[in-house]
Design a protein around this ligand. Structure first.
Ligand code: SF4
Length: 194
């Protein structure tokens, strides 16, 4: 894929206002991608802090995700190695129980175009339920715990993960197999992409 092509696409995304009328803080698309990225991380949507900084995963969830994957910051933030493609590129605002869901317009508008730019042979981490429901056909009928426990069924293309928010620490305490079984495989697959 051409460098010019992805640069033009990223310019188009950064100018996107498709759902701006629904974004309380306005559109500020936050996405990272390069033509060599063998790791694609599909998360949820930026939070308020990331909206302010403009740096994806620039929060405690990002620190936990880097720990899970074994990716140091210099690799994580290198678009030639890692694409960061949330289900919604802009901060969707906050409701009574936390951040609102990613805007539904975003992934249908942009994901296929971004994913066409990165290598076909890639490891895609599906972080949280929104990404899993879009990319794993059976996910809608399963709990997140069932999806993650069945991670081997989706390898080598996809690996479902819980969202690494503060809530994940309680989930990990209840599901010790995640640290014992999933994280070593995740780190091994990530290391193989070097
Ligand atoms: S969330 Fe996505 S579709 Fe909506 S304005 Fe931002 S980039 Fe465009």
């Amino acid at each position: 894929m051409s460098r010019d092509g992805i640069d033009a696409l990223l310019r188009d995304i950064r100018a996107c206002t498709i759902c701006a009328a629904h974004l309380p803080a306005g559109s500020r698309p936050i996405v990272q991608a390069g033509t060599g990225a063998q790791i694609v991380i599909i998360g949820q949507a930026p939070g308020a802090r990331v909206h302010e900084s403009g740096n994806p995963w620039d929060d405690a969830s990002g620190a936990r995700l880097r720990e899970w994957t074994g990716l140091p910051s210099e690799r994580f933030y290198d678009p030639a190695q890692v694409a960061l493609v949330p289900m919604g590129f802009c901060y969707p605002g906050t409701g009574s129980s936390g951040d609102l869901p990613p805007r539904p317009e975003c992934a249908p508008a942009w994901h296929d175009k971004v994913l066409a730019m990165v290598p076909a042979r890639r490891l895609t981490l599906l972080v949280g339920s929104y990404a899993q429901v879009r990319y794993l056909p059976e996910a809608r009928r399963q709990s997140l715990t069932t999806r993650v426990a069945g991670f081997r069924a989706h390898l080598p293309a996809f690996l479902p993960l819980p969202h690494p928010s503060w809530r994940s620490t309680g989930w990990m305490a209840r599901n010790a197999w995640f640290e014992a079984d999933v994280l070593p495989v995740l780190r091994h697959l990530v290391a193989q992409t070097r």
